[in-house]
Write a protein that binds this ligand. Structure first.
Ligand SMILES: *Cc1c(COP(=O)(O)O)cnc(C)c1O
Length: 413
């Protein structure tokens, strides 16, 4: 009997649109913060599937709920309500500022809903003309045409023009620019409390307070994109709690399903009413399987020991990164919040973030980059402390090797 041949990395180049450039290994299973590839090589996961696997891999309670719901009911569409979605919506409203919830399947879709709701609300209440969305430079809000247009990174928009109009950008954390940009024409200002893709940069509290004040003054809605910063990652369920600034609309995705695709737009009663029957929609949004898993994720993440654990692990990460920095003088700054941390490389390593990421993989640790010069860490919120130590030791070895190679190359040149 011939065993079927397992798919290989070369199949990616053969069969898949070359839109990504995945690493050389193919992971096949995971448990907690460890992952194994086809050759049974083990990796420590500091990447969390880009801030998604908030409770690690194959968390027993999530596996159990997925199995249970999987044997019951997968899908109905929004023609009918379902229990898991109603349960999750109730949890999210009880735990946050929000009165109402709309489900989606990805961060981009949750933002798309948020931006459409902001436009629609302004149109409803104030009539035509109040349609401008203000966003921040180097922000990231997703990859649909509307969300790349609102996002503050040209490279994601390039070649897709014409893009939707009525959007303007201000430098992140500039109160004076915000003051100049928000006016009677503004329907919403959208901001990530911690810019993720843009380099793991937290907003200043004064900036977010100013945003709230200006939005109130000009009847504009404040939208927080917490797709990356949400679901416990900051050490709070949502980062807005840390800032003490409450938005009108909040988008959440990534960590919400712990790896199962699910997203939500949270909002107040004031604005929810502008989405009437049929104004917006999604076939899968609020899917019972996704919501059953997310409901369990929220239940686990909000256990006090889990949120407290995030802060403790954050300190451990920062201390380990400081130690690495003492040895190699590689980082200019370590920033972020909770378990969304960014380490900005020194000028002499400018543009080398991917090299360190690749070296990490070879040394058995999965890390992320944010742009070309920031190492990003977004591990499981419950990563065992021993795994942090072991993963950081591997990362340090990777750095040592990479620097040695760079020095040898420089010497040879
Ligand atoms: C990842 C991300 C998105 C897009 O989410 P997708 O699920 O990839 O569509 C939007 N906003 C922020 C802040 C993100 O980090």
């Amino acid at each position: 009997m011939n065993k079927p041949v397992a798919p290989q990395r070369s199949d990616f180049d053969a069969y898949m649109v070359p839109n990504y450039s995945p690493g050389s290994i193919i992971p096949v299973r995971g448990e907690g913060s460890r992952v194994w590839d086809q050759a049974d090589r083990e990796f420590i996961d500091f990447a969390g599937g880009i801030a998604v696997t908030s409770l690690g891999h194959a968390h027993p309670e999530l596996v159990a709920v997925l199995k249970e719901q999987g044997g019951k009911l997968w899908h109905l569409s929004n023609v009918l309500a379902n229990e898991p979605a109603l349960r999750l919506a109730k949890q999210l409203t009880e735990l946050t500022f929000a009165d109402k919830v709309l489900f989606a399947n990805s961060g981009a879709e949750a933002n798309e809903a948020a931006f459409k709701l902001a436009r629609r609300y302004a149109w409803d209440i104030f009539g035509e003309g109040k349609h401008e969305i203000v966003a921040c430079d180097s922000s990231f809000h997703g990859r649909t045409l509307f969300t790349v247009s609102v996002g503050g990174q040209m490279k994601y928009r390039e070649g897709f023009e014409p893009v939707p109009g009525g959007i303007s950008h201000v430098p992140f954390n500039s109160c004076s620019a915000l003051e100049a940009a928000i006016g009677p024409q503004t329907c919403a200002f959208v901001v990530e409390p911690i810019q993720g893709e843009g380099g793991v940069t937290p907003a200043c509290a004064t900036f977010l307070r100013k945003a709230r004040e200006l939005c109130d003054k000009h009847d504009a809605l404040l939208i927080f994109d917490e797709v990356q910063s949400g679901v416990g990652r900051s050490g709070f369920l949502y980062a807005y709690e840390h800032y003490g600034v409450t938005p009108d609309i909040l988008s959440t995705a990534k960590g919400l399903g712990g790896g199962f695709p699910v997203a939500a737009m949270l909002c107040t009663d004031k604005v929810a009413g502008s989405f009437k029957v049929g104004t917006h929609g999604s076939t899968y949004g609020g899917n019972p399987l996704a919501c059953a898993v997310a409901s369990k994720v929220i239940e686990i993440v909000t256990r006090p020991e889990v949120l407290k654990g995030v802060t403790k692990r954050s300190d451990q990460f920062r201390a380990a990164l400081e130690d690495i920095n003492k040895r190699f003088d590689i980082f200019k700054e370590v920033r972020g919040m909770g378990l969304l941390l960014g380490a900005q490389l020194q000028d002499r390593f400018e543009g080398k973030a991917r090299d360190f990421m690749q070296a990490g993989l070879e040394a058995g640790v999965m890390v992320l980059v944010a742009g070309t010069s920031v190492m990003r860490f977004a591990p499981s919120l419950i990563i065992p402390e021993a795994d942090i130590d072991e993963g950081m030791a591997r990362f340090a070895a990777a750095i040592e090797k990479t620097i040695a190679t760079m020095d040898a190359d420089a010497g040879a040149a």
